[in-house]
Design a protein around this ligand. Sequence first.
Ligand code: MG
Ligand code: MG
Length: 272
Amino acid sequence: MPERIQLKDADQIAMMREAGLVVARGLAAMSAAVAPGVSTLDLDAVGREVLADAGATPSFLGYHGFPAVVCTSVNDRVVHGIPSADEKLAEGDLISIDFGAIVEGWHGDSAVTVAVGEVSEDATRVSEVCRASMWDGLAAARSGGRLTDISHAVETSVRSAGRFGIVANYGGHGIGSEMHMAPHILNYGRAGKGPRLLPGMALAIEPMVTLGSRATQELDDGWTVSTVDGSWAAHWEHTVAILDDGPWVLTAVDGGRAELEARGVTLSASAA
Ligand code: MG
Ligand code: MG
């Protein structure tokens, strides 16, 4: 029996929206702080400040012993990088920043990929392709559909953009009273399979896309995941609530309105 998917009521989703807005604020502040010479630990400090100002609890700090409030993954690092004072950003780097917050016991989880100054065309492209695939996945997160509709939308989006690696060892997840809950969400696969998507579900959709192979490895720190072939990677993530009248992207300031409407999907009226 697959694990049950948690269903949230309107009040619980409203708390997740509060958490989502804290995450959005943190990612905006950390993105703005990205510059050559800034260390990844400096970004962690910015994230901590946003959490403290909001009275929110970090999702990541202490999670299976993770030592920071944010994951910072530079260039060939895909996800789960540990911020460090020794790791200074340089012009041309590409950094993924993954951040989570808890408000009243409810989680928000989101990630962005940010260019450090001027980056190569390839670096820009892999981030754009990854970001677009995330939004195509979010647009497929609709009541009455099936879980792998999301997986298929992400894969189709990446494949239509050219030759990229879609990381297979990691994926999206259910989210709510815990950061990582059932179901696991693959970033590839055929549509129309898996659990039916129901109002009250909340999912974190997070494609990881590389300029080379999809193969990844965990580094000796026990956390950082890098590509095996050294190719650079991008990672984007949003938390979405599925409501009977459409999705609500809880970690997007506009609730996802612009990107969903561009894909012909109407945002839930709850987001207004
Ligand atoms: Mg995340
Ligand atoms: Mg996540």
